[in-house]
Design a protein around this ligand. Sequence first.
Ligand SMILES: *Cc1c(COP(=O)(O)O)cnc(C)c1O
Length: 367
Amino acid sequence: MIPFLDLSKINKRFENEFKSVFNSFLDSGYYILGSHVKAFEEEFASYCGVSHCVGVGNGLDALRLILEGYIILGHLKKGDEVLVASNTYIATILAIKQVGLVPKLVESESVTHNFNLEELASLISEKTKAILPVHLYGQLSPMSKILALAKSKNLLVIEDAAQAHGATNENGTKAGALADAAGFSFYPSKNLGALGDAGAVTTNNEQLADVIKKLRNYGTSSKYVNEYVGINSRLDELQAAILRKKLPSLDQDNLMRIEIAKKYLKYVNNKHIKLPSFRYKNDHVFHLFVIRVEDRDKFLTHFEAHEIGTLIHYPIAPHQQKALLEYSDLHFPVTEKIQKQLVSIPISPVLSEKDVNFIISVLNSYH
Ligand SMILES: *Cc1c(COP(=O)(O)O)cnc(C)c1O
């Protein structure tokens, strides 16, 4: 049996470090917004190559607080439109909606699963004020094109980097440093995962970082002085301590994912299986390895018979979800077609060579 993702094996590697940091955490008596959150914010900002990082409760809140921060700073106002991928995880879209902005869904492109750039440009109107690209499955969105378009139309660009910790463009710039601001999730299954919920915002905009620091903590500017109608979405001190122990291994973990992806791409040779694209060296950190098959039920039965775990990211497109009924009349032919063919197969820094080879043989024997 090969599980889709073995989280306990991933975290077991840090067991001794986690235990010792827990003991000192317990003894410290300091459990909220303490020294670990502050240190992690500095370390993660430095890792991403930005001047500010603000730790928050989860990835959804990271995106919501960026947008809310821009509303407070007067760069966005309720009712403004934000362009977002029609094939993203629903959180990207919910974040926009929940702060009173209007998500405008954009058709995807069938090779990279990113924005269809022509459709993106054609959807820009007077009301459009921001673009929120997602680095889906760990692969960077075509940022230079998106940024050029945004610049010509005076739009903000906010990255959903929840699946792309450490992904690096051809100039060496990392996810989180590619636009005006970025939201990260450290949900346990992400490339950098906590042992619970956690998230962060990265930005070079000091004003924005300051507002988000207040917003995440009830809009507090100094103890019991409330400047904004904030929320409670602080990065948990213990999760920050855990993330500090894991961050130094992120690049190595990503390299192991890339090595496995390269093996899949090299040795899987089956006309019934469409493999993902891979452009530069590190612009894809393979949070997920997503293939496409025409007859998905048959493929899943084949994998099940060989006891290999799979998942589908995502089985229902956002505009077809009950939660987003207002989009139910829209059609995105590429997103809808691809969504019926997607299958994510195992990939992780702890997947053994033997398991990778077995998965390759099972992929090659599918017909
Ligand atoms: C995981 C994820 C989120 C949300 O992160 P949470 O920490 O679960 O709130 C947002 N966007 C994308 C693309 C994600 O994969």
